[in-house]
Structures are given as C-alpha cells and as structure tokens.
Design a protein around this ligand. Structure first.
Ligand SMILES: CC(C)(COP(=O)(O)OP(=O)(O)OC[C@H]1O[C@@H](n2cnc3c(N)ncnc32)[C@H](O)[C@@H]1OP(=O)(O)O)[C@@H](O)C(=O)NCCC(=O)NCCS
Length: 148
C-alpha cells in the first residue's frame, strides 16, 4: 500500500463506488491523503483519510475493485488507516456509512468500529432523493468510531 502522488491517475470509479457526488469527493480529495492498494502494479483499492479535528482522523472514502472484493484488501486498508492515525497522534478514527449499506455496517463493526450516532436524512440532503440498497431506502448516515 502506498500514498498516491500527483503523478497517479485518480481512480474515479473506485471513489464513486463508495461516495458522491463528484464536487463533494473532490473537496476531501484535495484536503485529505489518498492511499492506494496495488497488486501486480494494478490499483485494486483506495482510501482517503483526513484529519477532521485536532485528535480525530476520518476515513472519507474506501473502496475495493469489484473483482477483488471479499479478499481481505478492505480490512488491510482499515488496519493501515488505524496505524496511520495512531502514528499521527490521533485518538479517534471515524467513518460514516449508509443505513442501507448492510455489508459495510458488518465490515466496520467486525473490525471494531462502534456506532456513535445517526445523521438523519444526510443522504437525502446530499442527493436530493433517496436511492435504495438491499431494498432499503438510503437516507441516514450511520456515524461510527474507534478509540485508538
Ligand atoms: C466495503 C469494502 C471496502 C470492503 O472491502 P473488501 O476488500 O471487500 O473487504 P474484506 O475482503 O476485507 O472483507 C469482506 C467483508 O466486507 C464486507 N463487504 C462489504 N461490501 C462487500 C462487497 N461488495 N463484496 C464483498 N464483501 C463486502 C462484507 O462484510 C464482507 O464480509 P462477508 O464476506 O462475511 O460478507 C468493499 O467491499 C467495497 O469497495 N465496497 C463498495 C464501496 C463502499 O461501499 N465503500 C464503503 C462506503 S461507506
């Protein structure tokens, strides 16, 4: 895993798999740091980390390419995020996901994240409408955190 440099092509499809719309993604891409997971020279995953408060880092975006999901790459990136946040002196690592993102809710909690809040109608405000995942309207942001 390595930090992305300005010479790297931005892996937009991966970023959009996890979040959108583009102007919101561009904002944290500029302010945060992007890490790339590579296999045989190919980018198979990425995450964007950002310091959001004095002692807090947030995973703003994390995604693994479709053909490589379920192979432990996402978990390896969470481990890296935790290690980096600790190295930088943070005491808290945060991540947010959708109320209807059932596999993601499992993925984060299995790693040790706890649910600490719900931002009601966050995605309705962000997208102007509710889309569906797993037959459930995506409306609310589930805020999760891990004390380091
Ligand atoms: C969530 C994600 C980053 C996990 O990466 P990963 O490399 O597949 O994760 P791992 O292999 O370490 O762990 C697999 C677990 O992740 C979860 N998971 C979430 N979405 C998944 C998917 N589309 N395919 C496979 N596993 C997924 C499952 O809980 C799975 O466990 P299971 O096999 O018991 O169901 C990845 O699946 C992904 O890119 N999802 C789409 C983008 C996204 O929604 N990002 C998060 C926004 S909040």
């Amino acid at each position: 895993m390595r930090r992305a440099t300005p010479a790297d092509a931005v892996p937009w499809p991966l970023l959009f798999d996890a979040d959108g719309p583009r102007p919101e993604v561009e904002k944290y891409l500029l302010r945060g740091e992007q890490w790339l997971a590579e296999q045989a020279g190919e980018v198979v995953g990425q995450m964007v980390l950002m310091a959001t408060r004095v002692d807090t880092w947030e995973i703003m975006n994390i995604a693994v390419a479709e053909a490589h999901k379920g192979q432990g790459i996402g978990t390896a990136m969470l481990k890296k995020a935790k290690a980096l946040a600790r190295q930088r002196g943070a005491h808290r690592l945060e991540v947010g996901t959708g109320n209807s993102s059932l596999r993601e809710l499992a993925f984060y909690q299995r790693f040790g994240f706890r649910i600490v809040g719900v931002d009601v109608d966050y995605f309705v405000r962000r997208w102007g409408k509710a889309t569906k995942q797993n037959g459930i309207p995506l409306r609310d942001l589930v805020r999760m955190e891990m004390v380091l």
